[in-house]
Ligand binder design. Sequence first.
Ligand code: PMP
Length: 779
Amino acid sequence: MISEKANQIGESPTFKVAAKAKAMKAEGIDVVDLSLGEPDFPTPENVKAAGIKAIQENFTKYTESGGMPALKKVIAARIKEDYGLAYGPKEIIVSAGAKSTLFHVIQALVNEDEEVIIPAPFWVTYPHLVTLAKGKSVIVPTREENGFVLTAEELKAHISPATKALLLNSPSNPTGATYSRAQLEALADVLRKEDIYIITDDIYNKLVFDGFPYVSIVQLGEEIRKKTIIVNGVSKSYSMTGWRIGYACGPADVINGMDKIQSHTTSNPTSISQKATIEALSGPQFELSRMVAEFQRRRNYCLMKLQSAPRLSCFKSQGAFYLFPNVRAYYDMEFNGSPIRNSYGLAYYLLKEAQVALVPGDAFGADDHIRLSYATSMENLEKGMDRIVAALARLKPARKGKRVALSNAVTRVRKPVPVEAAVTEKVRDGLVEEVRAHLTPDTSFEWNANINGVVVQLRTNVPHLNDFWMENWYPAQLDADLEPHGILYAVDGIPGREPRAFYNTETKTGILVNCDTYGPLRGLALGLVADVSERLFGVHTVRGMAAEIGGQGLILVGPAGTRKTELFFELLRDPKFRFQSNDVVFVRYSGNAALADTVERKAYIPTNSVESLPRLAGLFDRSKCENVVVRKEDCANAECLRQDDCRLDRGSPFCYKASKDAQAMLDPAWLGGPSAFVKRSPLRWIFLLRNDAISPSAVQAPVEDALRILAAGEMPGMTRSAAAGPPPPFFNPHLLVRTEERLALQKSYFQRLLNSATVYLFNSGAAGAEKIKEIVGAS
Ligand code: PMP
């Protein structure tokens, strides 16, 4: 299992888009890639020559971890010339790219839970760097009408005692917005009064247009300079992205902290690249002015072309090489019936339908936008811009623009919870005392469910469990002087305990500890009710998937790996079949007939059932859900990943088939009203499922054989993983009391059932739902 932070961190979206575009090109598709964050010019010849010379002179060993003194000197000279500020060698560090510099600044400054203010739209990497330092990003949205510039008021409103730093980026990736002196002065007025560091990422400082008078905040007086760290590098200004050189200038103690950390991460930046950088920063700078002039020409061209898309508007950038058009007006438009919902959807549409690669604005904290990089040839830009404009014009207003807001609870416990089903009354009393201490009146919930006539009271401190509990069952009225038949405690936050369930049959008490997921609670409830019902009412549970046809019931019973779900939903696709339960029925006997009852108001159903019955998706949209996946990083569906066919990539806000842990509370009436759903049926057919290569597709089984298989809970000829523990008798993991006496009682119930119904051994490896239909007379 990878660490929480590795799991939390999203892959860099720019790299992801670039990889997609590359893969499409490999398939022979003519993709125009406008996603790249690097100049398309070659590294200047004099710089390349300096690198080659370094290799020839065997300058290929470690250098000082924080960079060569000779390079620091050149950096100092560059800063002196550009900013008019003097920095000594202890105030300068060189790293393997500005990204690495930023990583080390944040590591050196930020303690756990300290805050870094990041104006949005922001460069995608910033918040992740803060997360890696266990700090908190305080994202402050800037306004497009303010030119995407942070105002003094916005800054002031977000400073707290926990604020450690402000992270500025001018010119900005992705907007190209560049702060004027007056705008920076307004921020400096606030910052002078605060004990806050300023990190200014000036990596695009040389790429400004229209003679914009560039100023960095560090230039606004000694008070500001004392708490500012300048970050820069050669990637953008000298077309040296692959050389990996970045640097920082700032207070000596901060630089020293960064150096210590860097000495354990990358050590020194590449020796050869350092030599090349000396040449880049100190050699002739005319390539740079040529590059700036070319970028300005391209920016003007792209802006002009974007104007021909009627619903789009675009901020006129003053620097860098990106445009960040506002594409909001295209959301809820559609192409061939699929709506565009957000920047991911639009980027996906433009990639697939226009073969142009762009980066969704959401990655930069601005979902109404999309990022276009013009760091590519004019020829590519002409082709790309024409395609974008034409593809946007093909979008039609959506017929049904309704957005789905998913009701989704995300829980912590995802593994099966072990059950100790035979605890003594003494242990029970101890546990109840322990959990009760955590059920304070203002944090606990109590609700009585009527499950097959058995009144079960839930006491919990987990709002989600209470919510699903009330959704799942019918309510039970309780008179003041009447006790429930059983009580379930579901209590989270008990120190020193693993998630676990306990049951005591004498007192009909279930205790679920430190589990916030609904499945184990539901299982405990069904087990308690089975325990009471077997004894008191002569009713027993049958675990399986039940449906009805022509007034008669059938149930599919069997172990995992027998395609139960697929067969079940394949049957339900035929309107002659009615849904009864996807998990369990309670069976009572009336004369010779076995009557199967569904006792749940709503079905707790894995959302990946949509793979077998796609129309469930529309019903889950309206249901309460648990653990539906909303980020691609959490997807566990190997098949979609293999096919590179991801709904989340296409802009869908969630995916039902991405994880086996996702469940919905489905109202079965929504399947199509009374004609599609039944609560009681006389149980006529039992299909005991197996899946092997040799057995016949379906044979009627003698009662004795069927009973033996059921009692063992194992299908002869099918292997079970040892890790899954002993097989549950009657294929029913909900059975809690498994004493000899009770298993004998179960057996007698099942004997009665097998005598009143017809039992088939059904090999799902040899036949499908058609065969079942044939047997029940539905084909
Ligand atoms: N800061 C910003 C704003 C950037 O856009 C980039 C590159 N995309 C970097 C820093 C990092 O540049 P590098 O690591 O290549 O020096």
